[in-house]
Design a protein around this ligand. Structure first.
Ligand SMILES: *[C@@H]1O[C@H](CO)[C@@H](O)[C@H](O)[C@H]1NC(C)=O
Ligand SMILES: *[C@@H]1O[C@H](CO)[C@@H](O)[C@H](O)[C@H]1NC(C)=O
Ligand SMILES: *[C@@H]1O[C@H](CO)[C@@H](O)[C@H](O)[C@H]1NC(C)=O
Length: 253
């Protein structure tokens, strides 16, 4: 009896080891609690999400599906593109002025890393500051050393490098626009090398019509869509006023 038992136990143990080799080698899946990134499957990271009350670390996805890999050739507006809010407001960043940053931060990844991980929409707050255009998370339409992240051209150059390296990708920038200097946005876009990718205002559909297809935008190399929050910039700089082309749904957390 005892002997049979131990043979049985041995078999169970072998089975357990076999199951563990099979399951344990492929890490934890989405939503499972974890203690380090390495615990999770590839493409996942071990994170907490305080915003949804989730204070225990769980495996979360950091890369979305590329929407054009699911269905090709649709108008640009018929896809969903992952967009980050205050994309430049990197947690732990120090101001390029040398000051500590007292403004809230929203991101754990640089803009380059966001783009590489599938983000295709960036929300950037632009201000006149130190005779240049800066990305600041500020108040009252005025940038201060302690709310200034870095000159906008740095991040625009990161976007330029991504578009240059990835010739079939399309990126959208939503500018929260506090810039009042004359031609301020045009100058910084020109200087960054991004102007040649701009999708022209004249091709943006009014009255809710469909956009050109992604293939058409890629083929014409018009792969950067830019919106500003300042209505006057359409007339002065030919930059699309976002609420002439964009609708926003209600969102509750
Ligand atoms: C802000 O930072 C600049 C350096 O970029 C420095 O020259 C200036 O003194 C700082 N201003 C204040 C109020 O600290
Ligand atoms: C972008 O280009 C880089 C460099 O060629 C490449 O490693 C990366 O996979 C590309 N990303 C996308 C989304 O195509
Ligand atoms: C931006 O670049 C275009 C094309 O080179 C040029 O015609 C325009 O004058 C430039 N605008 C500014 C404000 O620098």
């Amino acid at each position: 009896m005892k002997r049979i038992n131990s043979v049985f136990n041995l078999q169970i143990r072998c089975l357990f080891i076999a199951v563990c080799l099979f399951v344990c080698s492929s890490g934890l899946t989405i939503g499972e609690t974890c203690s380090a990134d390495g615990d999770c499957d590839t493409g996942l990271r071990c994170e907490t999400c305080a915003a949804n009350g989730n204070t225990r670390s769980r495996c979360v996805r950091i890369q979305p599906m590329n929407p054009t890999s699911k269905v090709k050739g649709l108008p640009f507006n018929q896809y969903s593109w992952l967009t980050t809010h205050n994309s430049y407001a990197l947690s732990g960043a120090k101001s390029a002025t040398g000051s500590a940053i007292l403004a809230p931060t929203n991101q754990e990844d640089s803009v380059t890393s966001q783009l590489n991980n599938g983000v295709r929409g960036l929300m950037l707050d632009m201000y006149d500051f130190q005779n240049d255009i800066w990305l600041c998370h500020s108040i009252g339409g005025q940038c201060y050393n302690f709310t200034a992240f870095q000159p906008a051209i740095n991040v625009l150059k990161e976007i330029q490098a991504f578009l240059e390296a990835n010739t079939s990708e399309i990126v959208t920038i939503f500018i929260e626009d506090y810039v009042t200097s004359s031609q301020g946005l045009t100058k910084v876009f020109n200087a960054s090398g991004l102007s040649k990718y701009l999708f022209p205002l004249s091709r943006m559909p009014k009255n809710g019509g469909d956009w050109p297809t992604v293939d058409d935008m890629v083929q014409k190399n018009q792969r950067l869509v830019v919106f500003t929050s300042k209505s006057s910039k359409e007339a002065t700089e030919g930059i699309a006023y976002e609420w002439n082309y964009v609708v926003e749904n209600q969102c509750e957390f």
